[in-house]
Design a binder for this molecule. Structure first.
Ligand code: NAD
Length: 243
């Protein structure tokens, strides 16, 4: 008891591993009841089993039905206060090699998924008396990464979506902010060669990759009342990269 999100109900998408799992753990440690919604339902349940009071549920964020079901379930179990749109995938390739399917997959999961999450969450929060939505963008959406035309487009789109939606619902007590992580050590970045990792780390002012929990700290801040006068903001968590 005494956590900064005590008694709140939080949904975190794509939280079976990586940054989402760190966010779920951090919110739970600060008193929230967390729902882990992930494409992989078994891993969502396994992750939830390790976190006191958490539940895991299968949810494809590109499915309108799945996302609505998660929001309805939250409303039915006492209200929805926090929703983090974190689920993500990469499918990197140069423009010469990237297929339309690669583009559609990445834009679908990030942009359609975040839009569906924002729409369902803000409606549920308006019924619950307000809340906080946090969208996970990326510094790749700020400065553009070669080989990531799909991902950079989607992550930049999340910023526009965040601001437009924040303006629409601010007067209903729903805040919507975004976080742009830089290079973070997760299964998503484990595929990088040691050379590529070292080269990227050398270009970061803090000279290192970040840890998932360092993103979770910023998300906790935006999810909690500590940021009660912030909406439509974009927080960079990148060790100074791209400033
Ligand atoms: P990850 O690959 O470790 O985890 C992503 C999770 O999302 C997985 O559990 C996966 O099952 C889930 N997922 C994928 N597609 C889904 C779908 N359609 N519906 C529901 N869940 C789905 O990735 P991560 O590194 O933890 O990244 C989390 C978020 O942070 C992503 O949005 C990513 O783009 C963003 N991000 C990551 C980094 C980084 O360096 N790792 C940097 C900037 C932004």
């Amino acid at each position: 008891m005494g956590g900064i999100v005590d008694g709140r109900h939080a949904v975190v998408t794509g939280a079976a591993q990586g940054i989402g799992l760190a966010i779920a753990r951090r919110l739970a440690a600060e008193g929230a009841r967390v729902t882990i919604a992930d494409l992989d339902g078994d891993r969502a349940e396994a992750a939830a089993a390790e976190i006191p009071g958490a539940a895991g549920i299968a949810c494809d964020v590109t499915s309108e039905v799945d996302v609505q079901a998660v929001a309805d379930r939250a409303l039915g179990s006492g209200g929805l206060d926090i929703w983090v749109n974190n689920a993500g995938v990469t499918k990197d390739a140069s423009l010469r090699k990237m297929t339309l399917d690669d583009f559609d997959l990445v834009v679908g999961v990030h942009l359609r998924g975040t839009w569906l999450g924002v729409r369902a969450a803000q409606a549920a929060m308006r019924e619950s008396g307000g809340g906080s939505i946090v969208n996970i963008s990326s510094l790749s959406g700020k400065f553009g990464n070669p080989g990531q035309t799909n991902y950079s487009a989607a992550k930049a789109g999340i910023v526009g979506l965040t601001k437009a939606a924040a303006k629409e619902v601010a007067h209903h007590g729903v805040r919507i902010n975004a976080v742009q992580p830089g290079l973070i050590r997760t299964p998503m970045t484990a595929a990088m060669t040691p050379e590529a990792l070292a080269a990227t780390e050398a270009s970061i002012p803090m000279r290192r990759a970040g840890e998932p929990d360092e993103v979770a700290g910023a998300v906790l801040f935006l999810a909690s009342d500590l940021s009660s006068y912030m909406t439509g903001a974009v927080l960079e968590v990148g060790g100074g990269r791209g400033m």
